[in-house]
Design a binder for this molecule. Structure first.
Ligand code: FAD
Length: 317
């Protein structure tokens, strides 16, 4: 019996969530008295995983899997779990893994808990704590099935180094041709920009910025901090920013270490999507703006004055 993680990579490089998942898996494996195996798909240097306690890597290298394919990737994870006799399979909460986890669970006749935060409360019975109701409440979920699939909430555990001697094995799962009937030929990624999903820091702008022509200062602040840019729903509805930047209940969820909201009122639907972020900084000219109620740090002031000064100060560090 082992514990299996799917260590996600993009263009051959592991995502940060892979290291967070490995760190988490190491602790869960200790409580189960087992080891951690990672399955990777077209990842480059898998030895990086040894820093985070992974004991064994099943390395899948296949050109057919160059671009994400939910059915085929889920099949790879399923076959890896069966090969290792894994009873607990861990995935993260990226867009891809959120897609994969239920398919893997169905394939393995496993119980599935998404949005898991913290280590299992008990392993017999197997109980986990989950973020629920747009992160406004926790639920305790008990999984009774023999095989369990867990989705770890993003940025909920942290990355911890714990060296292991990691063995590597090439793994060639059988792929089903029917899964490639519809295939992605290529993916054009915007280069040089941090995406919301991978960001440690997000700088987000709202209608208080008055118009798209004023986004330069948001981008500059984001660039100094190595952050991704985001926006409120009306901003993307108005076409000031692309829909991919819309965060909140009906947009992308954000669980970063630092979320800076500029000229955003803090409507409940916005907060619902960002309240898992660790530190929230709010810049708003209205001291009564609801966002201040959930802020860790707040600046009451004009964004057009505060943001350039903040950027300048950060540049001086
Ligand atoms: P506003 O509410 O107009 O707020 C602008 C803020 O900027 C104000 O607080 C103002 O004081 C401040 N401001 C103005 N000038 C300055 C200045 N010079 N400097 C600093 N601050 C300034 N919204 C989302 O964001 N995400 C969602 O996913 C989402 N989903 C929704 C789903 C439903 C079903 C519904 C009904 C609504 C949803 N909304 C969502 C919309 C949400 O209710 C709010 O309308 C929206 O979040 C407001 O956006 P805003 O804060 O940018 O704009």
């Amino acid at each position: 019996m082992s514990l299996l993680i799917y260590a996600e990579s993009v263009e051959g490089k592991f995502k940060k969530v892979a290291f967070e998942l490995a760190s988490y898996a190491k602790k869960v494996a200790e409580s189960l008295g087992t080891s951690v195996t990672a399955v990777t798909v077209n990842a480059g240097d898998v030895s990086e995983l040894s820093k985070y306690g992974v004991d064994k890597v099943l390395k899948v290298t296949n050109d057919k899997l160059k671009n994400f394919n939910a059915k085929a990737y889920a099949d790879v994870i399923k076959q890896a779990a069966q090969k290792e006799n894994a009873k607990v399979i861990l995935l993260s909460s990226t867009t891809d893994s959120l897609y994969l986890a239920p398919i893997v669970a169905v394939g393995l006749d496993a119980g599935f808990a998404s949005n898991v935060v913290g280590l299992p409360l008990s392993t017999s019975p197997f109980q986990v704590k989950r973020n629920s109701f747009s992160n406004k409440a926790f639920t305790i979920t008990e999984i009774e099935s023999d095989v369990k699939v867990l989705g770890l909430a993003k940025n909920s555990y942290g990355v911890f180094e714990s060296a292991s001697s990691t063995s590597q094995e090439d793994f060639s799962p059988s792929l089903n041709d029917a899964d490639f009937n519809v295939k992605v030929e290529s993916v054009d990624r915007t280069t040089g920009k941090v995406t919301i999903a991978d960001a440690d820091i997000v700088v987000s702008g709202g209608r208080g910025l008055k118009g798209p022509e004023n986004w330069g200062m948001i981008e500059e602040l984001a660039s100094v901090l190595g952050a991704a840019t985001a926006c409120s729903k009306p901003v993307s509805d108005l076409g000031w920013r692309p829909h991919s930047e819309h965060v909140g209940q009906t947009g992308k969820p954000v669980a970063t270490n630092l979320y800076i909201a500029v000229g955003i009122s803090g409507a409940i639907q916005h907060i619902a999507g960002i309240n898992s972020s660790k530190v929230k900084v709010v810049i708003n000219s209205d001291a009564e703006a609801p966002f201040f109620k959930v802020a860790d740090y707040g600046v009451v002031g004009d964004a057009f004055d505060i943001v350039p000064r903040l950027t300048q100060k950060l540049k001086e560090f």
